[in-house]
Design a protein. Structure first.
Length: 234
């Protein structure tokens, strides 16, 4: 079949129905949808999709710096601590610095970390004054390494918070896309269109401001507790 802009369909009585699709402002609408999608992925990243998009080729290593810079915008971190302490000593240090969650949220913590230590695994958050729904939750494991130990793990926002914020971003993004497309078709920009865009930017900024600084404070606290010689976060 030769290429063309229209499609022909045979109908009864030897008639032909010709359909010519058209889409106005398609390029602009696609750009808007991509922009909203990036904002949502910054707060509620899809780890499986990110892994599927990873190119395992030699030249991909040359772009590692750029990829790391992009990943640093997401509410998810990986960390590694190296210490001369044995795994048993690291576990003992963590047990001494971690207290179980209190029944009443307004009760002041007496230790720097809150959570639990289960053998060579632990899950904690940093004890803070006040409330921060975006505080990183740390999940880590301890393993022997050389003459000491290596602690590896992740920091991320609570799953319920990710779902909650992701739902708000999705709704605000859908409204913004619909209003922006209507403005493109009418040829004018209405002020109400900027409201859902403002919500998108505000929620994204609020999440990152509440999460990113706390990851550095939490890593510093863990480093102090286990007397780590090196600490890396990526």
């Amino acid at each position: 079949m030769p290429p063309g802009k229209s499609c022909g369909y045979f109908t009864p009585n030897h008639h032909i129905l010709i359909v010519t699709p058209s889409w106005s402002d398609g390029k602009s609408e696609l750009a808007i949808r991509r922009g909203v999608g990036k904002l949502i992925s910054m707060v509620a990243p899809d780890a499986e999709a990110a892994a599927a998009d990873t190119l395992e080729v030699s030249w991909a290593k040359q772009r590692r710096g750029r990829q790391t810079h992009t990943m640093n915008l997401l509410p998810h971190r990986r960390f590694t601590l190296e210490t001369r302490l044995s795994p048993a000593e690291v576990v003992a240090r963590l047990r001494g610095a971690v207290e179980p969650p209190k029944t009443f949220a307004f009760s002041r913590a007496e230790r720097p970390l809150i959570g639990h230590v289960d053998g060579a695994a632990f899950e904690v958050i940093r004890a803070i004054r006040g409330r921060n729904s975006f505080i990183p939750r740390v999940r880590g494991t301890i393993e022997p390494a050389g003459g000491g130990s290596r602690i590896t793990g992740t920091m991320r926002i609570h799953d319920l918070v990710i779902v909650f914020i992701g739902a708000f971003l999705l709704m605000a993004g859908s409204v913004f896309i619909r209003m922006a497309v209507d403005d493109l078709r009418s040829g004018r920009l209405d002020a109400p269109t900027l409201i859902p865009l403002g919500v998108l930017v505000f929620l994204t900024a609020m999440t990152l401001i509440g999460f990113v600084p706390e990851t550095h404070r939490t890593l510093a606290e863990l480093r102090h507790v286990v007397d780590a010689s090196t600490a890396e976060m990526h």
